[in-house]
Design a protein around this ligand. Structure first.
Ligand code: EPU
Length: 441
């Protein structure tokens, strides 16, 4: 992909109308792929989207000797871990910068090979994104962590042992790290303060199919009884509720009407409540949800992002674009990532009125309050958006820029578009289906 491939020219100002389909959740599929490493035989994953993050995890699995067969059209993956072996450090390193998934290989690799290696981690630039929880968890299971310049070397001198631990914050990745490590550790593991996102519940479904014993108790406690052997699984991924909400926000921001086949109501309850409060209309169908702008003014709101069952951080940026079209002052307090309002600069350049503050506004004090992070936003609307030249900062911020360009009159140039391919399947085809006027070089 040369630099010219990364640019999109968008003639905005027209409502997006039509129908699109979302498939499996990016933030589950990649983890289910890693889980296949734990099995003594092949697994099959269905409803897999053709996105770059899937290709990255496929590449990493293949480096470790997993045979992966992909059928993009059918959305199926066959994963055979029979010949798993240690990968060369340099090869893993070649994938550094493109994904944070390598950290989740540790538990399965420690069980199978007794060692694992993590290169410098990539992922979106939305905060520091430390891995201290992950490393603490691995140490508690008995692993030895050795930080070197090339990356982090981890080994297990003996079989990993179950443990009792509490997370200081319900981190999605750390909870997944614990699950993928505990299922084959010796004895019982108990985690309190666990994340309970639907994607984690679906990972638990997969692990249970493989032979794991996991119970989810009230109050964020997860208990795992380690077993000696796990088998391959067959599983259909839950739907991508972040992508579904992104299109819903696009419908609202452009004054359009989008039916999202594959959107699932129970995974989006909190989003739907907010969508309704802003003044959006929706209709839950048997196989999806129709999202539309019912005409008239949109309403300003006070919103706080949170871990599940709260309003997802990944829903925040696309919705903020719609809030620029709402009447009055909206307040958005981001409590999951310290640095997720960078995308607002570009919106301001397009005519939006958005101020970003260090204080915790409109909600409860959060971890970022006293630490100098601009993590609260005040949006005043409605303001017409004007076309601009913008550069994609991260996956969700990038999609939000796209929505802003589609809502803005005139021709916008959006650079760095390939970042969006990481998590939005065939999004240009979907835009075409929705009547968008654009070209991509
Ligand atoms: N955190 C730590 N230490 C750690 C791990 C996390 O301090 O060792 C902090 C993070 O810095 C952050 C908070 O805990 O402030 C929550 O992070 P979490 O671990 O929950 O996030 P993650 O597992 O790295 C996943 C998704 C994100 C999504 C978050 C929250 C994947 C691959 N990524 O990240 O998705 O925003 O959960 O739901 O599953 C995206 O799809 O664009 C995306 C960024």
């Amino acid at each position: 992909m040369g630099p010219m491939r990364d640019v999109m020219y968008i003639n905005g100002g027209e409502p997006l109308r039509g129908e699109i389909t979302v498939r499996g959740a990016k933030n589950f599929v990649s983890k289910a792929m890693v889980a296949s490493l734990l099995a003594d035989g092949p697994s099959e994953l269905r409803n897999v989207p053709a996105i770059r993050d899937v290709a990255v995890v496929q590449g990493l699995l293949e480096l470790h000797g997993v045979k992966v067969m992909v059928d993009d059209a059918a959305g199926t993956l066959q994963l055979d871990p029979t010949d798993v072996e240690s990968a060369h450090v340099a090869d893993i390193d070649a994938h550094a910068g493109s994904s944070r998934i390598p950290i989740l290989f540790c538990g399965p690799l420690l069980h199978r090979l007794g060692e694992a290696f993590i290169p410098d981690l990539g992922g979106c630039r939305i905060g520091d994104r430390p891995i201290n929880f992950h490393l603490d968890i691995l140490r508690q299971f008995g692993a030895v962590v050795d930080k070197q310049e090339s990356g982090i070397h981890i080994h297990a001198p003996t079989r990993l042992r179950g443990t009792k631990l509490a997370l200081p914050y319900p981190s999605v990745g750390a909870t997944e790290q614990l699950l993928l490590t505990a299922v084959r550790a010796q004895g019982v593991t108990e985690l309190s303060g666990a994340a309970i996102e639907p994607e984690i519940m679906d990972l638990i479904n997969v692990l249970q199919k493989m032979g794991a014993i996991i119970s989810v108790d009230t109050d964020r406690v997860i208990r795992i009884e380690g077993v000696d052997v796990l088998h391959g699984y067959r599983h259909t991924s839950l739907s991508d509720r972040i992508e579904a909400a992104s299109w819903a926000s696009a419908a609202l921001a452009t004054g359009g009407d989008i039916t999202v086949r594959g959107a699932v109501q129970p995974d989006m309850t909190t989003y739907l409540n907010t969508f309704r409060k802003v003044g959006g209309g929706f209709e839950v169908l048997d196989d999806g949800i129709r999202f539309f702008h019912p005409g008239g003014d949109l309403h300003s709101i006070v919103l706080e992002t949170d871990v599940h069952p709260g309003f997802m951080t990944d829903w925040q940026q696309p919705l903020v674009v719609a809030l620029t079209q709402a009447k009055g002052l909206s307040i958005v307090h981001e409590t999951v990532y310290e640095n997720r309002f960078g995308f607002a600069d570009a919106l301001r350049g397009m005519g939006a009125t958005i101020q970003v503050y260090r204080e915790c506004l409109g909600g409860h004090p959060c971890r970022f309050g006293q630490r100098n992070f601009r993590h609260s936003a005040v949006i005043s609307g409605p303001t017409p958006l004007a076309a601009a030249d913008i550069e994609v900062p991260d996956l969700r911020g990038g999609f939000s820029h796209l929505i802003a360009a589609l809502a803005a009159k005139g021709t916008s140039t959006v650079k760095g578009i390939d970042l969006i391919d990481r998590g939005y399947e065939h999004f240009t085809d979907k835009l075409t289906a929705l009547g968008a006027d654009f070209s991509r070089d």
